[in-house]
Design a protein around this ligand. Structure first.
Ligand code: ADP
Length: 297
């Protein structure tokens, strides 16, 4: 079983001819709501790759919270450990997209940021039988820390996607088996622009393996003793939203199936490559059979 701890959001997306200026009101076009949040996206990515997934996180006791829970259930994800919190709104991302595809995003974290270390301790049964634990940074850092601790105590392999980019207390790093940042997150975490120096710093702080994703340039896998490149698959990218989430979800599956790190990263790159050929976040996440077919080509 894979346990994913993290955010659940509803993306509220409106299209417009241009992004409004300060004080400006414009009449937009299509309005859509989509399930999102990095936590939920990674849980869905892993579920579609064929894993048994449990999600732990918080939503509000409102219609959006119900919608998100229904969505995860429909993906076959166990949501017994998703709290529905009274008097707190479900996390939303308010997104405006212009005719060129440029966007502005405001996230109201809502219930995601009331998700506390105590909540994780009360959900400690969720850790039983989980061989892999996955989390990100759209929930409070003390909660992330507690989750990593519990996962380690229960013998799980830990994966941290340090997104959105921010600084972290040093204690976090010794609890992380696989740290998977993109380039921006790597430099924000370390205050270093030099990739090699940044990676070395994280390994020195106790991370077992650092995997830096480099968009269409692929990914670098680094441990104390080795460094290797995983090239990206060549595809026609139309929308790179959730490429990272596709990568993390599929990587977690590979690790849970005891693939080598290299093989898990190749599976992850294939899932991510397929996701960039499609629009949207969750709608772009591929199923295992699609990834297997893609790898055969
Ligand atoms: P994030 O979405 O978190 O910013 P990246 O942009 O680094 O992450 O992408 C994650 C992974 O997705 C990459 O390591 C790569 O395997 C794959 N990927 C991203 N963009 C492309 C692309 N244009 N073509 C093929 N693969 C891609």
């Amino acid at each position: 079983k894979i346990l994913v701890m993290g955010s659940l959001n509803v993306d509220l997306v409106v299209t417009a001819s241009h992004l409004p200026q300060k004080g400006e009101t414009i009449i937009g076009g299509l309005f859509q709501t989509h399930p999102g949040g990095k936590g939920a996206n990674q849980a869905v990515a892993a579920a579609r790759m064929g894993g048994k997934i449990s999600m732990v996180g918080s939503v509000g006791k409102d219609a959006y919270g119900d919608q998100l829970c229904r969505n995860l259930k429909a993906e076959g994800i166990d949501i017994c450990y998703v709290n529905q919190i009274e008097e707190m709104s479900t996390g939303v991302a308010v997104i405006t997209v212009d005719s060129e595809g440029q966007n502005t995003i405001v996230v109201a974290s809502g219930a995601n940021f009331t998700f506390s270390p105590e909540n994780i301790i009360s959900a400690r049964d969720a850790f039983t039988g989980a061989s892999v634990f996955v989390t990100q940074l759209e929930i409070p850092v003390p909660t992330v820390l507690e989750g990593l601790r519990l996962a380690k105590q229960n013998g799980a392999v830990t994966i941290l996607n340090p997104a959105p980019a921010q600084n972290l207390p040093d204690e976090v790093f010794g609890l992380v088996d696989y740290l998977i940042p993109n380039e921006l997150e790597l430099s924000m975490l370390t205050g270093e622009t030099n990739q090699k120096t940044a990676i070395q710093q994280l390994l020195d702080k106790g991370v077992q393996t650092v995997i830096v994703t480099l968009g269409s340039n692929g990914a670098v896998i680094a441990t104390r003793n080795s460094i290797q490149m995983i090239p990206a698959f060549q595809v026609d990218a139309v929308d790179t939203v959730a490429a990272g989430d596709a990568f993390i979800g599929a990587f977690a599956i590979g690790i849970s199936e005891a693939l080598s790190v290299r093989q898990a990263a190749i599976l992850a790159s294939a899932a991510a490559a397929l996701s960039v050929t499609r629009h949207g976040a969750q709608p772009s996440l591929p199923w295992r059979s699609e990834v297997e077919d893609f790898l055969k080509k």
